[in-house]
Design a protein around this ligand. Structure first.
Ligand code: ADP
Ligand code: ZN
Length: 847
């Protein structure tokens, strides 16, 4: 008995699965896996009558559960932990903070390309008799040469449909030739390539090269057994190949070599047979960086402001046992924040530590990334959404194997598996792209706080327009505030001109351009300087309305107005994607005065047409999500703008961020207030930051810049703060408003959104939840303020009605705890009325 117990020691594991319920499951670890399974490893275990993949989060030597109830872990999928201790702890924190399950948090921390996929595979039995049928024979031949294959792969190779293949596989199974297994393997895989390396000392190679070159129209060469003539052309190529390998001093991939000398791989095989090179198969890294050759750059001499910021950060690093310090680097656009980041990064790398730099996805342009690659070269790993699965797989493994120590990527790069994090940077920290819109709905800034706390390393948040929360923390001393108040080389901030569009209408100007903007564009075209025109909206005309009766075309699924797309001549809903044809006449009054070009309602396409009409000689390009759907379209447009092949670039948010074009001297904002009146407490903040960013695109080099902002609300404090480049005054006005209403940064907010197809069902559920919440809200939660239920501002999306609650408290934990109670035991009406509900802690919008 005692012995048995001893054997059982250390033989349990708690496993997290990617399921909604935040619970761990205990398994026993069989003897053959006992020395292998560690926390952070992915395993297979039977779960709900199926075999599921989960992550071991802890090993135990005891369990309360009775041993006959406990199942074994069936397989271990990792050789080394996929999740470090730090990432285990980070995801645990995330699950608690955002009310998600630990399993879901763990799965979201690894890119899909690295995750395992459940797949059926057909494999040969150890012993089998060859089948007779033609297709069956082919199947066996394929499996013999390639190993296990999925039924889909087999069908593709054989050129038959899946349905036609299925009976053949069944037949083979019955004859005991093959069986089908379920595998969990990564979606992408390491790629292998042939690599050629020299096998003799350089002196020998040099002699051979000379010999190869001096042979005139062919020469004789003795190999071990025979004498033969090598044709001259091949000799020259051979000499070239050897020379390249000699010059490079490292083995090279065969495809690269053959490309450089324009030779076939068989030439290399000849060299191998003759004993000069050896060709081996090696794992290749699909490197998305190598496609863009980048000139190395040297650090600039920092200006006094940069220098002060840099010194503050670096001094912080020297403090013993690296107590964590957070910095807010507030610098106007073009003030040299990136240079401060890069010089700080050098210091961290010198300490042998790694760095993660988060940038918004939208600014992961070749322009931004090449600045880092120019400075740090191969040490950079890049993670972004335009990578192929294979590329992402390779980048992730390069980071895990410490082959790269600088990671640049969007939100999800916060989970990059770097070993010794020495610094975390979030550029453009105010960007709402850092908030995940699927569960777990994390904000990278919050996760970064936690990760740097665990790694005991500094966090730098950088922005020209910090989020209200961050600036508030800087003012109250939680963050150290570093300021870069002026542009590099004392370049002037662009002059901002506000145009009241109501006056234009009074003057009889019915076009979308004010007189001032029109003249400004003309001047730029004459001077051959570039212009960016900005509109915060896609499509052609956002309101399609009848001028006679006021009828507005709306989406049948959503409550919002439809947008007219000129290229397809269709009305499109920007929430659910619903498309339909236009009405020839008004469905309400039958009149024919349907207006697709309403004064306030127009999009980038309208602007494009107006520009072409007004400036027929100008080269114009539209840059928005519609014109850049094709791969690389994004990059092509930017490159040709850089080469000054485009005079006027028209765009949405995409032109606002991170672009640095020295010849742009005019930025025109067509309508500033499109988003200012949205029913959301962050509307002003978001408008201010967007307008400031877009204004910052002007006059980045020696040409002084101008910005023209057209608006119907010229007196709004947000607009005047943009005009004066005055973040501080904006902050003070806005923070006052927030204080009155007790919105963040004075509190934390959370939303609970209910969605359902039956409106009454949703409303009933909402009221029942309110009652339920009142019962749950004991004294412990007295500081939590509950608002609602109310219809959400977007009251119907995708055919579903939306109602929501807003929660507010100084203490976010109290909100989470209350919502957790609700989540643990939701009222039955949720199920019976088919209601989906979404909990969002610290939401970035409440629409
Ligand atoms: P930000 O990130 O604050 O918008 P950047 O880092 O892009 O500013 O800097 C703007 C421009 O100034 C860039 O072209 C950058 O190379 C250049 N620059 C930055 N620091 C210096 C410096 N100390 N001396 C000269 N040029 C600099
Ligand atoms: Zn819709």
């Amino acid at each position: 008995m005692v012995n048995l117990d001893r054997l059982r020691e250390m033989s349990y594991a708690n496993v997290a699965f990617p399921i909604a319920v935040n619970r761990l499951f205990t398994y026993s670890v069989p003897e053959h896996l006992d020395a292998i399974v560690q926390p952070g490893m992915r395993v297979l275990a039977s779960f709900h009558r199926d075999v599921q993949e989960g992550v071991v989060v802890e090993r135990m030597d005891k369990t309360e559960l009775s041993s006959d109830k406990i199942k074994n872990i069936s397989e271990c999928l990792d050789d080394s932990p996929t999740y470090s201790e730090e990432l285990l702890e980070l995801t645990k924190w995330m699950a608690d903070y955002y009310l998600s399950s630990w399993g879901n948090a763990l799965f979201c921390a690894v890119p899909a390309a690295v995750r395992n996929q459940k797949q059926k595979l057909v494999r040969l039995q150890p012993e089998y008799t060859a089948p007779i049928g033609k297709v069956q024979k082919k199947i066996v031949a394929l499996l013999e040469s390639e190993g296990e294959l999925s039924p889909q792969q087999l069908a593709r190779r054989l050129g038959v449909s899946n349905a036609n293949l299925r009976p053949k596989i069944t037949a083979l199974q019955q004859k005991g030739v093959v069986d089908e297994i379920v595998s969990h393997k990564p979606k992408a895989n390491a790629q292998f390539t042939n690599v050629a390396a020299l096998t003799r000392p350089p002196a020998d190679i040099e002699t051979e090269i000379t010999e190869l070159k001096t042979g005139s129209d062919g020469y004789e060469k003795t190999t071990n057994k025979q004498k033969r003539r090598v044709p001259h052309a091949a000799a020259v190529k051979h000499a070239q190949i050897l020379q390249i390998l000699l010059d490079e001093g490292t083995p090279l991939a065969v495809p690269e070599l053959t490309k450089r000398v324009k030779a076939s791989p068989s030439l290399l095989r000849t060299l191998e047979r003759r004993g000069f090179i050896k060709i081996t198969r090696e794992a290749a890294v699909r490197n998305p960086l190598s496609s863009q050759p980048v000139a190395p750059t040297q650090p600039y001499t920092l200006n006094p402001y940069q220098s002060e910021a840099y010194t503050e950060i670096v001094n912080g690093l020297q403090s013993e046992n690296g107590s964590k310090q957070d910095f807010l680097l507030h610098g106007v656009t073009g003030s040299g924040k990136t240079e401060v980041y890069m010089q700080t990064i050098s210091q961290i790398l010198a300490l042998g530590k790694s760095v993660i730099v988060l940038v918004p996805e939208i600014s992961l342009t070749p322009q931004t990334t090449s600045r880092f690659i120019g400075r740090f070269g191969e040490r950079v790993a890049l993670l972004h959404s335009r990578l192929s699965d294979g590329e992402r797989f390779d980048q992730w493994h390069r980071i895990q194997k410490c082959e790269a120590d600088i990671v640049i990527g969007p939100r999800s790069a916060i989970f990059a598996p770097v070993k010794q994090l020495g610094l975390l940077i979030i550029d453009e920290e105010h960007s709402d792209s850092y908030k995940s819109d699927t569960a777990p709905r994390y904000h990278a800034r919050e996760v970064a706080q936690k990760r740097t706390e665990l790694a005991k390393c500094p966090l730098i948040l950088g922005s020209a327009t910090p989020s209200l929360e961050s600036f508030y923390h800087a003012k109250n001393g939680t963050y150290k505030l570093l300021s870069l108040p002026s542009r590099i080389m004392d370049r002037k901030m662009p002059e901002v001109h506000i145009v009241d569009m109501r006056n234009e209408l009074k003057k009889g100007n019915r076009t979308i351009f004010s007189e001032h903007l029109r003249n400004a564009i003309t001047t730029r075209l004459e001077k051959r300087e570039q212009t960016i025109l900005f509109l915060n909206r896609r499509g052609h005309s956002s309101y399609v309305f009848c001028r006679t009766c006021g009828y507005v075309e709306r989406c049948l699924n959503c409550s919002i107005s439809l947008t007219f797309h000129f290229e397809t001549k269709k009305l499109v809903c920007h929430h659910c994607g619903h498309k339909r044809d236009t009405h020839p006449s008004c469905p309400e009054c039958n009149g024919s005065a349907i207006d697709y070009f309403g004064r306030k309602g127009f999009g980038t396409e309208t602007v494009e047409q107006e520009v072409i009409k007004s400036y027929p000689m100008a080269k114009v390009k539209r840059f928005d999500a519609d014109s850049t759907t094709r791969k690389n379209a994004h990059q092509h447009i930017l490159e040709s703008f850089q080469r000054q092949e485009i005079d006027i670039l028209i765009g949405t948010q995409m032109v606002a961020k991170g672009l640095d074009f020295p010849n742009v001297s005019l930025v025109g904002v067509i309508v500033a207030d499109t988003a200012l009146n949205l029913p959301d407490f962050r509307a002003s903040e978001q408008t201010f930051s967007l307008l400031t960013q877009v204004a910052g695109r002007s006059g980045r080099a020696d040409t002084p810049g101008e910005v023209v902002i057209q608006t119907y609300m010229p007196d709004h404090y947000c607009i005047s703060a943009v005009q004066n480049h005055d973040y501080i005054s904006f902050y003070e006005k806005e923070v006052e408003e927030r204080s009155t209403l007790q919105y963040p940064p004075y509190s934390h907010v959370a939303t609970l959104l209910l969605r359902g197809e039956d409106e009454k069902g949703v409303i009933d559920a909402a009221h029942e939840i309110r009652n339920h919440l009142e019962i749950l809200q004991t004294d412990r939660f007295s500081e939590v303020k509950i608002l609602g239920p109310a219809p959400a501002p977007l009251s119907k999306i995708d055919g579903k009605f939306r109602w929501h609650f807003l929660f507010r408290s100084q203490n976010v934990k109290k909100i989470s705890e209350l919502l957790q109670l609700l989540d643990d035991d939701p009222p039955t009406v949720i199920k019976s009325n088919f209601i989906e509900y979404v909990i969002d802690i610290d939401p970035t919008n409440t629409l």
